[in-house]
Write a protein that binds this ligand. Structure first.
Ligand SMILES: Cc1cc2nc3c(=O)[nH]c(=O)nc-3n(C[C@H](O)[C@H](O)[C@H](O)COP(=O)(O)OP(=O)(O)OC[C@H]3O[C@@H](n4cnc5c(N)ncnc54)[C@H](O)[C@@H]3O)c2cc1C
Ligand SMILES: NC(=O)C1=CN([C@@H]2O[C@H](COP(=O)(O)OP(=O)(O)OC[C@H]3O[C@@H](n4cnc5c(N)ncnc54)[C@H](OP(=O)(O)O)[C@@H]3O)[C@@H](O)[C@H]2O)C=CC1
Ligand SMILES: CC(C)=CCC[C@@H](C)[C@H]1CC[C@@]2(C)C3=C(CC[C@]12C)[C@@]1(C)CC[C@H](O)C(C)(C)[C@@H]1CC3
Length: 463
């Protein structure tokens, strides 16, 4: 890969330390953030703060440093992408336990933001499969924050997820790996009422042999719940579906056809095709961008050119189209306890009526951090993903989103922060737990060095 230099890791880290030391010497006049340009990031907006902060160049940190099959871990630099990791690990018979599905998502984004996938019912969020973070602090020191009890910077380990680079600069992470097999045996269960979908999601999430559980809801009363686990070579007359091939229908359309057929079905999907199943159609966003993209003729002749890189789309979207998206397009993920899913579906149907809706169950352990549930037990949550145009006349980007955010706070859920948030600081800190975060901001001398996380993600910070 271009710019690859894994053996130069120490030199690359020293270079970042030097940038931070120079910032200290020059009188700490502005705060720091990464130099990764806004158009490359997997969110709708361009961060405004990149224009007037000191930009720290972490962009050369693009390498996988070490794969240790004995210790079952992988050590990577933060700009490594999900696509890069699955390409390296799967041929060795290993995978990350949680592989957020768009190829270009980065390890740095998944750790400092949040990463979620259909294996969440077993492994939690991306942060829960991490073992340690190597960070440069505001003074330019290199430290290692490990999960290990009583290790020196253990509290920082719990503080980093969701902090958006406001506690330090990540230069490497060690993440768990698990053995995998070449196929996923996926069962599709069509459901024809909202309560059926919830019940089936619960049932499959609680079934211990399932590695993956996910739901797609196609309207208020119908959807498909999918559950799967790793499999070796499929038996002779099994259906093999290489869903990632360029001439194949988009995954969500394929699932919809199963819902229409009304029959439970089983397929064997090659594991990389499964992991990146929503990449080719960017979930279902592609239908607004290339409406004829799922046409058979188009798929067979020009399907190989799909999908366009999200970064390229972002760079080339003209301002008027962005404004149109702003007014009518919803891009939100709400993480709520699964028990509150029926109310969420009801509310989303009333306020936005956008389908398909992504339902991704995951386990949220009771541990310290910005996202925190204090029951002392593991709680089954679900990510409700809403991506698409809203045609309801009553929709108003700010007012409607604020209503949805209030619901999420009321049920003790959280909103993913790549999305637009219209909350005030007080509402934001009602949703997220600031106790550990605030203490770490003082302990690691972050207040002059990095903005507060709210200042980075709030609506005013984005173009
Ligand atoms: C691993 C860890 C170490 C910390 N060390 C200190 C410290 O030495 N001094 C300090 O002033 N603050 C420390 N803090 C931070 C401080 O406790 C936070 O302000 C904390 O989040 C308080 O929130 P709470 O009272 O709601 O947490 P609680 O609900 O009281 O605690 C949540 C969990 O965090 C862990 N934890 C909390 N405080 C400590 C602690 N002091 N030592 C070890 N584990 C702790 C425990 O595992 C506990 O189960 C630590 C936090 C963590 C996670
Ligand atoms: N399946 C899923 O879970 C999906 C998740 N997403 C969301 O998209 C985002 C990921 O997008 P991606 O483009 O990879 O990441 P981004 O470049 O958007 O980074 C996300 C945040 O992490 C910070 N960050 C990134 N790298 C570092 C680092 N090395 N050191 C310190 N801070 C860092 C960034 O800080 P700075 O602003 O300073 O650059 C930014 O605030 C996530 O936040 C995630 O929630 C999107 C699609 C799917
Ligand atoms: C937790 C999960 C699964 C999140 C999935 C989020 C995706 C659906 C989001 C992330 C980035 C994202 C906002 C994006 C877009 C669609 C939805 C995306 C892919 C698009 C492509 C929509 C069209 C826009 O003109 C533009 C090109 C700017 C954006 C780019 C980012």
């Amino acid at each position: 890969m271009l710019q690859s230099a894994p053996r130069a890791h120490d030199r690359k880290v020293r270079n970042i330390q030097k940038q931070v030391q120079d910032w200290n010497k020059s009188g700490r006049s502005t705060k720091m953030c990464t130099a990764r340009p806004g158009w490359l990031t997997m969110s709708f907006r361009f961060p405004k703060y990149k224009k007037d902060m000191t930009l720290i160049h972490v962009d050369k940190l693009v390498d996988i440093l070490e794969i240790d099959t004995e210790a079952k871990s992988i050590r990577v630099e933060p700009m490594v992408t999900m696509g890069q990791i699955t390409r390296a690990l799967i041929p060795l018979g290993y995978t990350l336990p949680v592989v957020p599905e768009l190829d270009d998502l980065t390890v740095g984004g998944m750790i400092n933001g949040c990463g979620i996938e259909s294996s969440g019912r077993k492994f939690g969020l991306f942060q829960h499969i991490c073992l340690s973070y190597e960070l440069i602090t505001s003074s330019g020191e290199l430290i290692v924050a490990k999960r290990e009890p009583n290790s020196e910077h253990q509290s920082l380990f719990y503080g980093i997820p969701w902090s958006h680079g406001t506690l330090g600069l990540l230069v490497a992470a060690t993440i768990r790996i698990v053995p995998c097999k070449p196929y996923v045996k996926l069962q599709y269960y069509p459901c024809y009422s909202s309560s059926d979908i919830v019940e089936k999601l619960k049932e499959e999430s609680n079934r211990s042999e399932n590695e993956f559980v996910e739901g797609l809801q196609f309207d208020k009363e119908s959807g498909v719940v999918m559950a799967g686990y790793f499999a070796e070579q499929p038996p002779k007359n099994a259906t093999i579906n290489r869903i990632g091939r360029w001439y194949k229908p988009w995954f969500f359309k394929h699932v919809e056809s199963i819902k229409d057929s009304g029959k439970n079905s089983v397929e064997y999907i090659p594991i990389r095709d499964y992991y990146h199943r929503h990449s080719r159609s960017i979930f279902w966003e592609i239908q607004d961008l290339v409406s004829f993209g799922n046409n058979v003729l188009f798929r067979y002749t020009l399907g190989w050119a799909m999908p366009p890189k999200i970064s390229l789309l972002k760079l080339t979207t003209p301002k008027p189209v962005r404004n149109l998206y702003d007014r009518h397009h919803v891009l939100q993920d709400f993480l709520i306890p699964l028990t509150h899913l029926p109310e969420a579906v009801e509310l989303l149907h009333k306020e936005v009526q956008i389908y398909p809706m992504w339902l991704c169950p995951f386990n949220l352990p009771s541990i310290p951090g910005m996202v925190r549930q204090r029951t002392g037990r593991n709680v089954l949550f679900v990510d409700v993903g809403v991506y698409g145009n809203c045609t309801l006349e009553t929709y108003d980007a700010k007012e409607t989103t604020r209503k949805l955010e209030k619901f999420v706070r009321d049920v003790e859920g959280v909103q993913l922060l790549y999305a637009d948030t219209y909350m005030t600081p007080a509402e934001f800190w009602e949703m997220f737990d600031s106790s550990l975060y605030d203490w770490l901001r003082v302990k690691y001398d972050c207040k002059e060095a990095f903005p507060n996380v709210y200042e980075k993600v709030c609506r005013a910070a984005r173009e």
